[in-house]
Every structure is written in structure tokens, then in C-alpha cells.
Design a protein. Sequence first.
Lengths: 442, 227
Amino acid sequence: MESPSNKPNGERVIGHNGKARHSWFDEFKTSLRVGFFLTLRDLRRANIWTTILIIFVMFITFLNLVVIGGILVGLIEGSVVAINTRYSGDLIVSPLRSKTYIENSQDLVKFARGMPWVSDLTTRYIQGAKIEANYKDKLRETDITDSAGSLVAGIDPVAEDRVTGISKKLIEGEYLNVDDFDKILIGADLLFKYTPIDTPSFRTLERVGAGTKVRLIVNGTTREVIIKGVLKSKVGEVDQRIFMVDTQLRQLIGRSDYNVDEIAMRLKPGTDPLFVKKILTEAGFAKVAKLQTSEEAQPKFLNDIKLTFALLGNVIGTIGLAVASITIFIVIFVNAITRRKFIGIMKGIGITATAIQFSYILQAMFYGILGIGLGSAFVFGFLQPFIAAHPINFPFSDGILVATLGGTLWRVGLLLGATIIAGYIPARIVVRQNTLDAILGR
Amino acid sequence: MITVQNLIKSYQSGAGELVVLKNIGFNVRRGEFLAITGRSGSGKSTLLYQLGLLDYPNSGKIIIDGLETSALSAQERTAMRLLELGYIFQDYALLPSLSALENVMIPLLMQGMSPKDAKIKAVRALERVGLGDKLVNLPSQLSGGQQQRVSIARAIGHDPKIIFADEPTANLDSETSKVVLDAFLDLHRQGQTIVMVTHEPEYAAVADRVITLSDGVIHTVEERRAN
């Protein structure tokens, strides 16, 4: 039997039957194993409802971290996606600042159609316009006519619908046919019943809907047209415009060339818009038109709001994280305090403080991992696909849930880290107390 | 096996300093069954806590198997308690969430033993105290005497050099107390060194030697049997 001894070099050996304490790493492994052993037994024999409640708190915290921020960002992301799908396509071409139209448009259109990465495109003629309604109800000639200023877009209804699918965004009436002569579509933002705003700088038309006759005044030419349908796409460029068949608009404004004002391109899935933009630039089209990816064409305020909302989401998430940490802290602290005597006994029979602390950390991790696992399954298995299929109907966008893998992993790490710390601190506080005092309950 | 020299232990109390152990000195021989007895407040439990490295004396030396323990760090004391010493507490001190078997296994696992080996050793220890059929029972499913025997099994599971028992029969009826004492005597016959605190003279009488404390000093030392 080996005896404990004070070695001449000052190193003490406390061993038994030839078995001395091992290296730091062995001690660590043993402590971890004993901690795991204790955790497993504690959890197995814990009150099931308490366990469920704590896991539920972690689950809610995870949702708070991922979903609140994700929806706030998704609210704007919904707008970004809408601009792409309902207006700009993946790539949008518009006139240079110094021009009123895209020069040599047909060359560009021909070139783009020949590119293997472009799946479809649509061209638009854009002109400033004024629309008047209820003019027959005027009592006196001097009465102000109910009118609104807008842009009128001349489109090929078939090509436009293939690229932007706006026919699905009709809330009243029907979509345009290629041979519609005196029919227009009108954006919901121009109608008082959908956008109840009436200020001197922004006028909307009252008592107007599908089937109403209105006057369209373009370039000084007036034509009485019937509103065939009302569009509401939650994209300003669509909802504040008037649409008519391109040949009719050309006729109305007396345009003889084929230079258009907008070209929206839809690219094949997986194509990088920047790559296609680069090809078009190298082909010299950047000299005659402004080439922008959908992202570049987004209004700056959208990005600003996105960043602001992301920040807001993080603030709310941080509060949730703090609440979860405090919850775990309290649970572990109460657990450790009520088991103070047993912690003392464990220390008394030689269980190391590290092993006892591990048992509480692992317990906290168990709650955290299970809450995160359930939260992830709920978010990625149900909530995100569900919201993608049924976007949240915000007034100015169809909100989606943005939860990227990287962002989620970061939050998972954060929550797990906070959980570990919240489990460790109370365990350490209790474990550091005097062993005998703990055993005797002093 | 144990040498105690000039041991003093005092506590700060409201009225001032309360000296519980006053310059105590004695030896415990290897394989000896030593009983420490005395009235309530005589300092016997306090003495056991010092010997078992659960507490720090104010001054004096405790040398266990040649090692002067006052120089040990907290970690070294924990390691020594784990590897060399065994404890039996008055209130059994079992972990309520662990079964009888798991309570005995815990210190063995902490020693670095594999779960399989720890289980074999723990089962053997429980069988030694007659609880081979209560392995999976939680402490709450055992009687007081059975819990105390689990506590003994936990103390002897790792073959400690010394067993310290603090009033092991205090919470037991006389019949169960006899079973527990028989377990001690059985261990003693196998060469185990035992230091037991008890306030009951008839239980102290089974030991080789009885030290009676009174007011923090050794009042009498009574040799019962030759070791």
C-alpha cells in the first residue's frame, strides 16, 4: 500500500494502492464524467413539469432571439423580394440621368435575349400622366376636377406578366389583354379607398374602381379610358403607376422609335446578377443605360430600415437572452442552494468542486440544448416554411421570416454560452462555501 | 496511523472566542477501532471533523500515515478524503437522487475507475453490509438502518485507510444500531482502522480503546482490548 508522503522536492503524492492522482487532463476527464453521471441521475429524477417549464423558457427565448429579429428584418426583406419579383426583375435597365429613354434599346433587348443566363425580359415605356375622375359630376366649370398625377407605363401585358406576375396582384377587375384599346390598370395607391390620403402634394381619386371611366392625360393628349383592374402589389413603382398596352401608349404620345424606358430582366435560377451586369457593361451598354441589379435598385432607406430593424431585433433578443440567463441562474441557484448540504457531502467524500460544477453546467446545457433544438425544429421545420407560404400581411410588405444559418448559429452559440455561464456561476457560489458548514447546514 | 499533536480548535461566537478543543494529543494505531465519547458539546464531533480533514484546526498537527495534513491545499485534502478516508455521517448523508448502488459508485468513479469496475466494487461493498438486494433503491425507499449501511458501504467501497464515523447510531433504534455496530466490528476484524464518535457508552464499549472528552480536553483513555 502506497503511503502519502512529502517528497524531498516538495511535491506531495496522495495515492492509494499505487494509484496516485493523475494529470490535470485525467482529472478534468474524470470530473466531467462524474458531473455527467450526476446530471443524468438528477435530470432523470427531477420533477418532469419543472424540467418541461425550463425547457419551454429556453424554447421561447430561442424564438425571441431568432423570430423577433427575423420578422423585423423579414418585414423589409419582404419589400426587397417584392421589388425584385413584381417590378425590377433580377436586373433592371433604366435611362441615364441625362436621357429620357434608353438609347438603342432594341440592340440591348436583342443582346439580352441572346444571353443564356436571361430567362425572360419585359420592356416598358414610361410617361408622366394625369388622371381625372368624376369630371361628369362637376357642378360648375370652375370646380376642381378630382385628379391625381402619376406615371403611365406602356407594357406588353404578356411579357410583363411573365417577368413580374402582376396579374396575380389584381384586387379588382381583370388584367390587360394585348388588344385592349382604351383600358388601363391603376395602382391602388392612386385610389382613396385603398390609400386614404388626400394632401395637396398627393392626391388620390375618390369613388373610382374597376369599370370606372376616367380621363388619362398624357403629353397634352386626353383619352377617356376604362379602369380594367386595380393593382396592389405593395411595391411603390407598381402601386403608384397606371398601366396600359404599350402600343396604345406609343400611339397616345406619338412615339415613333422603339426606345423604351425600362427593361426588367429575369435571370435563370442560380445566376449571379452582377455577372450578367458585367457582361452587359463589357458589351458597352453601360454607356447608354443605367444597369442595376435588383439589390442596387433598392431605395437606400430600405437598407437603412433593414439595419435599424436588425438592431432593434438584436436589442429585443438581448433582453430575452438576459431574461433566459437570469431564469437559468435562478433555477440552478435555487437547485444548488436547496442541495447545499448534499454538495457539502459530495465535497466531504472527495468529489471535486469541478465535478460538482460540471454537473450543474451540464444540467443547464441540457435545458439549453433541448430548448434550442426544439426551437430550431419549430422555426426551420414549421414557422419559416409556413410564413414563406403565407407571408404576414403588413401594410407595406408581405413579411417573411429571415433566419439565416449563420445568424442562427451565432444566436445558438450566444444562448448556449449564456446558459453555461448562468449554470456555472450559481454552482460555483455554492460549491465554494465551506464544506463542513454546508454539511452541517450552518 | 494517526498522530494528533497539540490540537486547538476555537470558534468565534457572539460572546467571544469559544475554544472547543484544548491542546489535544493522541495516536491511533493501524487497524485500531477507536471510540471518542463524551457529553454533548464536549468537542468529540469537532475533533472528528479535524481528523477527517473536513475542517481546519487553529493550531497543532494531524499526521495521517506519515503525512502532515496542515500543509495540504484544499484540493489535496479533497483528494486525500477521496482516496484514503471514508466517512459515515450521523444522518447517513446519502444523495437522494442516487440509488444505493449509485451512492456507493460515486467516489469510485471520482477515483477514475471505469463505470463497470466501480459497479462491481460498489455491489461488493453493498453485499458486505447485507444490502445486495437493495441496489436500485433510492434512499427514500430504505429504512434508517439500511440507509446507514449504504453510507457504510460508500465509506468502505474504495478500501480507505481510515473510516470516520460520526454518531452512526444516533438516529437508529437499538436493534438497527446493533446491526450497524456489527458491520463496524466485522470491518475491524478485517483490519480496518476505525474512528467512531458516539455519546452512548455501550456502543463505545465495543471499540479497542475509548477516549472520553470533556470540555475540549481528553478526560480519560480506556483500553478495552489489546490490538
